[in-house]
Design a protein around this ligand. Structure first.
Ligand code: KG4
Ligand code: ZN
Length: 339
């Protein structure tokens, strides 16, 4: 079969990214221009600022991706692009660029669900990984526990009822004045803090539920910090970070292992920005070893937003015949499994 070369574009949040992927698994280039420094002073992503920066960056990022792969537009077979979920203005920059390229080059356009992209990051790293498996997707915007039954075929077992896991990390980091994004900083502090210092609540919810909730935990941490401030007592950020992370990790790992056992899966896959968390990885590996379950996760640079993962998901959509037309619009609240 002829090789299929995908040019993938991602601009759903604060990274402008383009990548070239061969046959859905091989990365020929993966360029990410992050806007983190720009948004840091606001303590989070400012949508309008993000859109404008995407416009400034996108042509350059695409050209860099082509140059790094030593290819030109003539070598590209399909264009893959994130069309949701995400910030509407940010999504539209990547999507409009992708449509223009698809039209002018006369090649297929494949709209990709960003969450599917996060899952597909694992296909790049683990060449022999194939569905079915259980996947825990934990990012700044999403927390899903899903059965991946086939490429592009999902059954959602549970999701967050309020904040996403990464959002909780970011909010707690902000309350501790640690900066943005909070996940990596909390992760680092947790290594030196005492995870048993503060007994924050664990939201297991109903016995048979695979849903998550992080708002109660967030309120508990904020109450703890306010109480300490009012009593003028010292706050040990390392201990707060470690105790908070422990409360998140314990519930995530418990539910994903329970789902794998109940549904009889022997492989658990992690995806999304919070999959970079060292505490989560360590605990999951330990529990999977105890239960004879394989565990896979992407390398750090493929956990957070990038276009390589979008290129992999686009390839599997394309070979299934899921090709988009030029009427494709951005869908800010696109759900997993929706086309
Ligand atoms: O997947 P991602 O890049 O963007 C979304 O699609 O949302 O995830 C970003 C999120 C942020 O909330 C960030 O704080 C979190 O992932 N994150 C982490 C770590 N690295 C990134 N959370 C916990 N531990 C980490 N090491
Ligand atoms: Zn993401």
């Amino acid at each position: 079969m002829k090789d299929i070369i995908t040019l993938a574009i991602e601009s759903s949040c604060d990274e402008t990214a383009a990548a070239i992927i061969k046959n859905g698994r091989e990365v020929l280039s993966n360029v990410v221009s992050t806007q983190i420094e720009l948004h840091k002073k606001f303590g989070g992503v400012v949508p309008e600022v993000a859109s404008r920066k995407h416009i400034e960056n996108i042509d350059m990022v695409i050209q860099d991706a082509l140059d790094e792969a030593n290819l030109t537009f003539k070598d590209i077979d399909i264009i893959g692009v994130t069309y949701g979920p995400g910030l509407v203005g940010a999504l539209l920059v990547g999507l409009s660029t992708a449509k223009a390229l698809s039209f002018s080059l006369g090649i297929p356009l494949v709209g990709v669900n960003h969450i599917e992209g996060h899952i597909a990051a694992n296909f790049i790293e683990h060449k022999d990984l194939k569905p079915p498996f259980i996947c825990l997707i934990v990012s700044g915007g999403h927390t899903h526990l899903v059965e991946v039954k086939d490429y592009g075929e999902y059954e959602i077992l549970g999701r967050t009822r309020d904040d996403a896991a990464g959002e909780a990390f970011d909010k707690i980091a902000r309350a501790l004045n640690l900066g943005y994004p909070g996940g990596p900083i909390i992760d680092k502090l947790s290594k030196i803090g005492n995870k048993n210092a503060i007994d924050f609540p664990r939201a297991y919810l109903e016995e048979d539920s695979f849903d998550f909730s992080f708002s109660g935990l967030k309120s508990a941490v904020l109450n703890y910090l306010n109480g300490k401030k009012m009593k003028k007592e010292e706050i040990i950020s390392e201990d707060v970070a470690a105790s908070f992370q422990e409360a998140v990790v314990e519930v995530l790992v418990h539910k994903v292992i329970k789902a794998a056992k109940l549904k009889d899966y022997d492989t658990i896959v992690l995806a999304g920005g919070v999959a970079a968390n060292s505490g989560l990885r360590e605990r999951l590996i330990e529990k999977c070893n105890q239960n004879n379950i394989n565990v896979k996760y992407p390398p750090l640079h493929l956990c957070t937003d990038n276009a390589a993962m979008i290129g992999s998901a686009a390839y599997y959509d394309y070979i299934k015949g899921n090709i988009s037309d030029l009427y494709l619009n951005a869908v800010p609240n696109l759900k997993l499994g929706e086309k």
